[in-house]
Design a protein around this ligand. Structure first.
Ligand code: AN7
Length: 356
């Protein structure tokens, strides 16, 4: 039977009002890809899976929450939606709003949004507004304006975003037959970790699939949940999670605590190294923020001697590498140039100066 999207798949488990009118791009149903080479690199003896959320229609996990939030808004006749975004929410909101025949307005922090995300928001027809400030400033503004005007807010403060994003936990349990022992994922505004925990708890109540321990990972320069206070000027190469005042920070801390897990920080170097080895060892290219969960796992193994033997681990890779091509090409020399002759090519790929 044809897959009809997340609301069709899991509607009975989602707390959505009766007026909800499904708007879908057939999001979700993303693959859980075994990553044996990376597991080996991290010491081996455990099973590692990547939930590749970059394969959603707009290239990130945000589409799960957006199908729910936009469907609810569409069902009550909303004509305009707004969000603050480090990029992925913007692209997702714009796509689903267009599909619903709505206008979308997205506020982004000036100069800190990856090329593929900005391009998406523009291509899907959003009105894009740069704020001379941070994501946190932009979020405060959209909260205020949506209270004042008939414009629906689709950031993850919107409870339907969480309902939609719970479905990723359901999918993992459906595929594995039970929850993994650890779930690692990046944490920015903290909607996703909140949603996963809600999803696993709900599924466990229904199907006794167990609960994972949560490893939430922030970037060291934007780690309010690790520091225990907001960060006024967050900085990280992982611009998706360059967030200093997470809207659902309290819930994220509770979720980590209840699951007997933790929220940790990793350096930009650890994030970029993980992005690189994941692509090289497994053929999975993700944007920097999406490598943070795995970087956190590696950090725990190396520095905290976390014992993973015999365990099953799922890492959530939240967004596609194509979202942020500049990170990879920035430090790159131009690829080697050869004359259009076989001998010249042979010399480069078989000879001394091997192509890299
Ligand atoms: C790839 O798009 O906040 O902890 O405005 O794009 O639920 O915020 C993006 C966040 C992880 C963090 N990975 O998720 C936005 C935005 C990627 C992301 C996160 C984001 P949350």
């Amino acid at each position: 039977m044809q897959y009809r999207g997340l609301l069709a798949q899991y509607r009975a488990l989602l707390n959505l009002p009766a007026h909800t009118r499904p708007i879908t791009l057939l999001e979700g149903n993303t693959p859980l890809i075994p990553a044996p080479h990376l597991a080996h690199e991290l010491g081996g003896g455990f099973e590692l899976f990547i939930k590749y959320e970059g394969l959603n229609p707009t290239g990130s996990f945000k589409d799960r929450g957006m199908t729910a939030a936009i469907s609810e808004a569409a069902g009550r006749g909303v004509t305009t939606v707004i969000c603050a975004s480090t990029g992925n929410t913007a692209a997702s909101a714009a796509a689903y709003a267009s599909r619903a025949g709505m206008k979308s307005i997205v506020l982004i922090p000036q100069g800190k949004v990856a090329a593929g995300k900005l391009a998406g928001a523009v291509a899907y027809g959003a009105q894009v507004v740069q704020i001379d400030g941070s994501f946190d400033d932009a979020l405060a503004m959209v909260v205020e304006i949506s209270n004042k005007h008939p414009i629906a807010l689709v950031n993850s403060i919107n409870p339907y975003r969480i309902e939609g994003q719970k479905t990723a936990a359901f999918e993992i349990c459906d595929v594995l037959g039970q929850s993994p022992e650890w779930l690692c994922l990046p944490v920015g505004n903290a909607g996703n970790i909140t949603a996963y925990w809600a999803g696993f708890r709900q599924y466990n109540d229904l199907k006794w699939c167990g609960l994972p321990r949560l490893l939430g990972v922030q970037a060291a320069g934007a780690a309010p949940l690790v520091l225990g206070h907001p960060v006024e000027k967050p900085e990280t190469v992982a611009t998706a999670i360059r967030i200093g005042k997470p809207a659902r920070g309290e819930q994220a801390l509770e979720a980590a605590d209840e699951s007997d897990g933790r929220i940790i920080a990793v350096s930009d170097e650890e994030i970029l190294h993980m992005q690189k080895i994941l692509a090289k060892l497994e053929g999975i290219w993700v944007e920097p923020a999406s490598a943070a969960g795995l970087a956190g796992l590696a950090h725990q193994v190396v520095h905290e001697k976390l014992d993973l033997r015999g365990k099953r681990i799922v890492a959530i890779c939240t967004g596609h590498g194509l979202k942020d091509p500049d990170i990879v090409t920035k430090g790159l020399h131009q690829p080697i140039l050869v004359a259009p002759r076989l001998d010249a090519l042979e010399q480069v790929i078989l000879g001394e100066g091997k192509a890299t």
